[in-house]
Ligand binder design. Structure first.
Ligand code: FO1
Length: 323
């Protein structure tokens, strides 16, 4: 069975781990091939290297070398080079590139400068470990997410990390969107999937930016597989990061049913056939079904080492019901 997951960084990484565990994990041969199509809106060139936060969070998590508390960067990291960059007044002192992490960015930058696409470079980096899944950027084009604020336009990471998303945002812009296109590999991964899952990632700047890339909605619309999403909102609270803040910017309630309605039912030109909500939101199942989206309520908390495999298994079970 082929499973394709659309995912952002921290939430996506934890979900991918859970999915791999639910399917047999790195020890046994997974009963399925997993392909993760990741967001690249957080990507940037910084201090001369190409940084891909969501691809790296997912790669490090599946490789077992990530900092599981922070959800990004490497375990056992040091910051000697970052201290030098700060001393030189280069880069972003509030955005720490750890020494091991810089190894990834330097390797990626070299591959890109040799002419590799981001898809090829990502495969080269991932080949170092047995991830138990294929990791793809949604596009090989650069489409950074910019945040329009009263103090000007910031790269998403500056808004997110330097201002902690506290600077009021008027809107998000996918810079360079019109010149971008879904990658061939990502389109194939959606078209050939038996199941497509939307990870419980940020609906605006992770899932939203993935489906905003030209060609992604078409691929989802024509995919023979059922498309099942997992709510990133539990009882009106965003699980991680600032999903609620981002939803507010686009005028969507931070609520499991509101996000489902925002994604829309595939039969009505939207994204979803099914939507998995937390037990705390079981009261909204009727409203979600009324949108033409099959819905089920299950335990959803994805804490580090939490019941991620069960959440993934429940999402797969809902997809099976819909196949
Ligand atoms: N997040 C922070 O809060 N502070 C940082 O200094 C920081 C550095 C960093 C470096 C590389 C990387 O891949 C991610 C990093 N992040 C940092 C996390 C990043 O903001 C998130 O991974 C996502 O981009 C948000 O979803």
């Amino acid at each position: 069975m082929r499973i394709t997951v659309l995912a952002g960084g921290v939430g996506g990484a934890r979900f991918a781990l859970g999915l791999r565990e639910a399917l047999g994990g790195p020890s046994g041969v997974p009963a399925a091939e997993i392909t993760i199509v990741a967001n690249i809106g957080d990507d940037m060139w910084l201090s001369g290297v190409k940084v891909c936060p969501d691809l790296d969070s997912i790669m490090y998590a599946l490789a077992g070398v990530g900092d599981t508390e922070r959800g990004w960067g490497r375990a056992g990291e040091s910051e000697r080079v970052a201290a030098e960059l700060t001393a030189y007044g280069v880069g972003w002192p509030w955005f720490t590139l750890g020494d091991l992490d810089l190894g990834t960015h330097l390797a990626r930058t070299e591959l890109l400068r040799e002419g590799a696409t981001l898809t090829e470079a990502t495969a080269r980096l991932a080949a170092r470990w047995d991830l138990g899944a294929r990791l793809l950027p949604v596009t090989d084009d650069e489409v950074p997410t910019h945040v329009v604020t009263g103090e000007g336009v910031l790269h998403f990471e500056e808004w997110w990390v330097r201002t902690r998303a506290q600077l009021p945002a008027h809107r998000f812009v996918q810079h360079g969107l019109e010149r971008s296109r879904i990658s061939h590999a990502a389109r194939e991964a959606i078209a050939s999937a038996d199941v497509v899952l939307l990870a419980p990632s940020n609906p605006v700047v992770s899932i939203g930016t993935i489906v905003g890339i030209p060609g992604v909605r078409d691929a989802l619309e024509t995919a023979p597989a059922p498309v099942v999403g997992v709510s990133p909102i539990i009882a009106g609270r965003a699980l991680r990061g600032m999903a609620a803040t981002c939803l507010e910017v686009i005028g969507v309630e931070p609520d499991a049913a509101a996000v489902a309605a925002h994604y829309g039912a595939r039969r009505a030109g939207g994204l979803l056939d099914g939507w998995l909500v937390a037990e705390e939101d079981a009261g909204s199942l009727g409203a979600i079904e009324a949108h033409g989206i099959a819905a089920e309520a299950r335990p959803l908390l994805l804490t580090p080492g939490g019941p991620g495999a069960q959440v993934a298994a429940d999402a797969l079970a809902l997809a099976e019901r819909l196949r």
